[in-house]
Design a protein. Sequence first.
Length: 155
Amino acid sequence: MSWFSRKKNKEESVPKVEVDKKSASVKSSDVKSQTAKSPVAKSQAAKAPVVRPAPVSSEALNVLEIVKSPRVSEKAAIVAESSNAYIFNVAKNTTKTQIKSAIQKVYKVTPIKVTIAQVPDKRVQIRGQRGKTGVKSGGKKAFVFLKKGDKIEFI
């Protein structure tokens, strides 16, 4: 077994499509007899159905999965005092409307505006192992803006 060898794709496992000119019907054949001379065969082979995941509804996600935790930092405290905005760590696949409804359910406060920012991955050094680095995963944070009289109390 060599270290740098790669497995080659077996062309035999992929069925090829061929168009019969006389009857204009599509039939599958082996690799040996695959000689697609017409552009119709190429276009039919290229039109494979694309499978995409269904969008996640707001009811499918739990409220505690959407809003993970409040982001407690010095910057978050300054923003909360100056513009009455609170910062939360949220799941990566959530939308602004899902975050807004989750905040309403958990904290009983209606947000005016929700903005989202991506938190990038960061490279970190592993303690006790010289020269080894790892990756601290990023995520998503949401800035939730409230009316002047509203407040969110963290325990």
